[in-house]
Design a protein around this ligand. Structure first.
Ligand SMILES: [Zn+2]
Ligand SMILES: [Zn+2]
Length: 716
């Protein structure tokens, strides 16, 4: 006696070979019916003997394709129709659109074999892909995910590609972006030509998955220096693409796994002393960001060039990455000597992701737009606008938070435009119309101004409360908890700059238990670029002599432009300038990064500082460092004692606060591995449970998610 079941499958089930998989499964179990994509995911109807239906249902979950993520499966019994054949039916366009869009995926091994097989008809074709790999998020215009809804719509399949696409036994069965040299996209420049130019030390702008890279020979000091000068990037490390990462960096098990994952992020690993690359790729930095080639074009480039390539985002300084053909030529024309472009449009920008073994630093290509679950579902669809540096936004549909890719620093008109267009695209893709908005309390952030101008219900969230909430919510919890939030800058409700905070909080509210004692920043923003100014302000507060030629002049600025800052980032800047690591910086966080490297694994007793009326006297750490320096103590030991001192001061503040017994750690300073490890160890010794970031970056890129968690709770 035949039964018929209808199954609605939700999750990442479109564009990952799910329908062909279901088709094959139904055939193996001799079931009739159909499978189709709809706006919510995949719908299956199967008909046959009960035992076979049961086995089919079990296999559906257990054997799902590698890139599929089933988040919900609803099954109902329906009236049998006597159907014997199984078919892939046309997509249903109507209904509420909640299907999850898959992320872009690195070229799979099967496709790689074809790419380098002279007998294959796709031999050396830079755009080959299949159901298990290729572009997704960056070519999608809407859901359901079908070729017609991607930027491949304008490339009509040739006869042979069509046969593969329609053959259930073929590995390209319903591979939406599939194509070949006869019917697919083409390069704008001969690959050989591009490789020759790179060998000659030229800069080539290369169109990738989510935007353009600027590429040059990573071994050529001259080429790298020229790229830096033209891009306006003095010292911030540049990422390198290589098919032999083991020549450049030391790889642990975790780094190796991340490098080879389908997401193919840039992985920060320790640079080998004998790495055959120019020193100027990552000056003064022990860490190097490396990635493997992840598109067929990259594989061909790396194979033909036979060396490591600098592959840095196609932009000037911290602007959004260029991704449209005309736009790229306009913006990068003065930097690049040539363009290796192609005619497959990129629908949305998506920069490379950057990760460390423990946590991401930039969550973007390969990860976006995968949803991060919220601990409670939102009653209303909402948008959280994020912060300003390392900007992201976050769109919430029920209990799913969809973070944007990295948008760069939201302090230029160009970046603000990108924020608005990318948000519009996200809302379209997710079919969300927000009824609630969240933003930072800051009066001047462009993201906050945008949110305030929409005329919708608005939740304004304090910067460090958002940090704390992000870490708590990504760990699936709602609090209450304590939070140590150590970062550079965030607007405090009292009008001063916060950033060295111990909060007691949950997803509705927070209390500032204690904080770093604020110091004036002589010259405001200028002090962030010139940490010696902050060191001088600290030394003066510590009643130590300031022996700096410029100080008398800069000291005058204390009277006119010296906002108070409790930012832990500034305390690190001061220590760094004091021990002579870094008096000026050319990118955010540089001074602290170099201080961390100086400290290395050197052991030292922590410097001590007192807390008075909820103010942690960071000035005493600087005074101790100054006195040791004057006494001729080793600088690495001073850097180590300072790191341990910060960790000790904040963990003891938690111990005094005592309750609750969970502490979350967030803020850009916790990208400092020594600070993170030491703080964590000390808190655990006090018996606290410690939660850290692992899905989201500890820096301001997590702010939008934290705002979303708080606004969700507010709407609950
Ligand atoms: Zn493939
Ligand atoms: Zn073709």
């Amino acid at each position: 006696m035949a039964q018929r079941r209808r199954m609605q499958v939700a999750g990442v089930v479109q564009g990952v070979g799910f329908r062909p998989f279901v088709y094959g499964l139904a055939h193996r179990h001799e079931l009739g019916g159909f499978v189709l994509n709809d706006a919510r995911g995949v719908v299956i109807e199967v008909e046959g003997a009960k035992e076979k239906l049961d086995r089919f249902a079990a296999a559906l979950v257990e054997q799902a394709p590698p890139l599929a993520r089933i988040s919900a499966l609803e099954t109902s019994e329906i009236e049998p129709r006597g159907e014997r054949e199984f078919a892939i039916a046309r997509s249903a366009e109507d209904g509420e659109r909640t299907a999850l869009v898959p992320a872009d995926t690195a070229t799979c091994d099967d496709c790689l074999r074809e790419l380098f097989d002279p007998a294959d008809r796709r031999y050396r074709y830079p755009f080959l892909n299949c159901t298990n790999c290729g572009p997704r998020f960056t070519i999608i215009r809407g859901v359901p995910y079908d070729r017609a809804n991607t930027s491949m719509a304008s490339f009509e399949l040739c006869g042979r590609c069509r046969r593969e696409y329609e053959d259930p036994a073929d590995r390209r069965f319903h591979a939406e972006p599939t194509c070949c040299p006869d019917c697919g996209p083409r390069l704008s420049l001969e690959l050989e030509r591009a490789v020759t130019l790179l060998r000659e030390g030229k800069i080539v702008a290369i169109k990738g998955l989510g935007g353009y890279h600027l590429a040059c020979d990573a071994a050529s000091e001259q080429a790298v220096a020229r790229l830096r000068a033209k891009k306006g990037r003095e010292e911030k490390p540049l990422a390198v693409m290589t098919s032999e990462p083991e020549l450049l960096v030391e790889l642990g098990v975790e780094e190796e796994a991340l490098l080879r994952s389908a997401e193919r992020p840039i992985v920060l690993a320790r640079r080998r002393a004998d790495a055959p690359i120019a020193a100027s790729v990552a000056p003064g930095n022990e860490w190097l960001g490396v990635m493997l080639p992840y598109t067929p074009l990259h594989h061909l480039l790396c194979a033909d060039f036979a060396g490591a390539l600098v592959m840095t985002s196609g932009n000037l300084s911290d602007e959004p990455i260029a991704f449209e053909n005309g736009e790229a030529e306009r913006r990068l024309g003065a930097v690049a000597d040539a363009f290796l472009s192609h005619d497959r449009p990129i629908e949305r920008r998506c920069e490379d992701s950057v990760v460390r073994a423990a946590f991401p630093i930039r969550r973007s290509r390969g990860y976006a737009p995968a949803a991060i679950p919220l601990p409670v579902p939102a009653r209303k669809p909402l948008v959280a606008a994020g912060a300003e540096l390392k900007s992201t936004f976050c769109v919430v549909r029920r209990d799913q938070a969809f973070l944007s890719p990295h948008l760069g620093d939201l302090d230029t008109e160009l970046a603000y435009r990108a924020f608005r267009t990318d948000l519009e695209l996200y809302l379209q893709m997710l079919a969300v119309e927000p009824e609630l908005l969240a933003c930072d309390l800051h009066p001047d952030y462009l993201s906050s101004k945008w949110a305030r101008g929409r005329g919708l219900e608005l939740v304004e969230v304090q910067h460090h409360h958002a940090h704390a909430a992000a870490c708590l919510a990504e760990n699936g919890e709602t609090g209450p908890a304590l939070a140590l939030v150590l970062d550079g800058t965030g607007y405090g409700p009292d009008g001063t700059i916060w950033g060295g905070e111990l909060l007691r909080f949950d997803l509705t509210d927070f209390e500032r238990v204690s904080h770093l004692d604020p110091v004036p920043l002589p010259g405001g923003e200028a002090a962030v670029r010139e940490p010696w100014r902050i060191a001088a302000a600290y030394l003066e507060r510590a009643e130590r002599p300031v022996r700096l030629a410029d100080w008398p002049r800069v000291r005058e600025s204390l009277k006119v432009n010296a906002p108070l800052s409790a930012g832990a980032g500034r305390l690190f800047d001061a220590a760094s300038a004091l021990v002579g690591v870094r008096e000026r910086v050319s990118y955010e966080g540089q001074a602290a990064i170099e201080l961390e490297q100086l400290a290395g694994h050197v052991e030292a007793e922590p410097y001590r500082c007192r807390e008075e009326d909820g103010r942690i006297l960071g000035v005493e750490l600087i005074a101790a460092a100054h006195d040791d320096l004057t006494a001729g103590r080793d600088r690495a030991e001073i850097a180590a004692a300072f790191h341990e001192g910060v960790a000790l001061a904040f963990s003891e503040a938690c111990a005094r606060a005592a309750e609750p017994r969970t502490v979350v750690l967030s803020g850009g300073c916790f990208q400092n591995l020594r600070l993170l490890a030491s703080t964590r160890r000390r808190l655990e010794e006090h018996g606290f449970r410690v939660l850290v970031h692992h899905l989201l970056p500890p820096n301001d890129a997590c702010i939008s998610f934290g705002q979303a968690a708080i606004a969700t709770y507010a709407s609950f």
